[in-house]
Design a protein around this ligand. Structure first.
Ligand code: HEM
Ligand SMILES: *[C@@H]1O[C@H](CO)[C@@H](O)[C@H](O)[C@H]1NC(C)=O
Ligand SMILES: *[C@@H]1O[C@H](CO)[C@@H](O)[C@H](O)[C@H]1NC(C)=O
Length: 267
């Protein structure tokens, strides 16, 4: 009897370890239907800060995604941003802030964690989706088609990475940028919060993507993905692209005790 139970012991231990690992891991995205556009996103939502980032993909992802950054902007001030990997230094960052009733966005790459990350240019491009973009005195919602934002494993994730889970990052500031009209504005530190999260990209795909991309105007017509299907990995599978592979670079970022109080994990 006892010997027949023995083989279960390691499994119990493994299950406990897995449970522990699951609980200490970064938050992950969940399905969200945007009331403004009807787009079905996989969305990270931080309950403490109300920062949200949603992502939608075509059935056969290639280079483009639809994103939605939504966050409080007290008195119209602040900025919100995402990182295409779970790190600040190195990956492509997309930042957005209100300018009156409009949204200004800019791509950045950080070379350190001391300075406002400078503007970076490349093939990547944001096309705003007007029906999903709204600014009022206290909040900003920015919906956009991100063209050529998928494919470079050095600064983000690739189309094949979208078969599983990918690590990304978010950041939020409540203090004003140096000049809200200027895409190259100096950004103050993300005092409201920052962290990484897991984007369940295999679950962000939809055959409706082509229609949603058209909400960005005629330029969206080219954004319906590839004709080559990418198989979906079983749920919970991390592709490593943009995620695990970068963990060694992260060392210390969130573990340096002194900085942890600034780390808004929104648990
Ligand atoms: C003046 C501008 C900025 C400053 C001074 C700054 C500073 C920092 C510092 C010091 C950390 C590490 C904190 C720690 O070790 O606990 C950090 C982490 C982070 N920052 Fe920034 N940052 C800036 C802009 C940005 C921007 C524009 C983004 C994205 C759009 C961003 C995204 C992140 C993310 C996602 C992390 C967490 C990284 C991880 O989990 O490994 N930061 N930042
Ligand atoms: C601003 O927009 C947010 C998000 O749509 C909404 O929750 C909030 O009530 C709005 N505030 C005002 C003052 O209209
Ligand atoms: C986009 O591609 C999917 C197949 O991946 C197809 O079902 C859908 O009709 C296409 N949409 C548009 C607008 O072309």
């Amino acid at each position: 009897m006892i010997s027949s139970l023995r083989p279960e012991v390691p499994f119990t231990l493994v299950s406990l370890l897995l449970l522990f690992a699951t609980r200490t891991t970064a938050q992950q995205t969940a399905p969200f239907t945007d009331p403004l556009t009807g787009i079905n996103f996989q969305r990270f939502f931080g309950a403490k800060t109300q920062f949200a980032f949603g992502i939608a993909l075509p059935e056969n992802p290639s280079t483009d995604f639809i994103g939605q950054i939504s966050a409080p902007m007290p008195n119209g001030a602040g900025w919100a941003g995402i990182s295409l990997q779970e790190d600040m230094e190195g990956p492509l960052l997309l930042t957005a802030w209100p300018n009156g009733n409009e949204v200004v966005s800019s791509f950045r790459v950080a070379r350190n964690e001391d300075d406002s990350p400078p503007v970076v240019t490349g093939a990547f491009k944001v096309v705003p989706i007007p029906s999903g973009t709204a600014v009022n005195a206290s909040h900003m919602t920015f919906t956009f088609l991100c063209q050529n934002c998928i494919g470079d494993a050095k600064i983000g994730f690739t189309a094949s990475d979208t078969a599983g889970d990918v690590g990304m990052g978010w950041a939020l500031a409540s203090r004003a940028v140096s000049d809200a009209t200027d895409p190259a504005a100096v950004l103050p530190f993300h005092n409201s919060g920052f962290d990484d999260f897991t984007a369940l990209l295999s679950q962000a795909r939809s055959p409706l993507f082509g229609e949603w991309a058209l909400l960005a105007g005629p330029q969206g017509a080219a954004s319906n993905g590839s004709t080559t299907p990418i198989p979906i990995l079983p749920p919970g599978t991390s592709t490593g692209g943009g995620a695990g592979g970068d963990d060694s670079d992260d060392e210390g970022d969130d573990d340096e005790g002194g900085d942890d109080d600034k780390d808004e994990d929104d648990d």
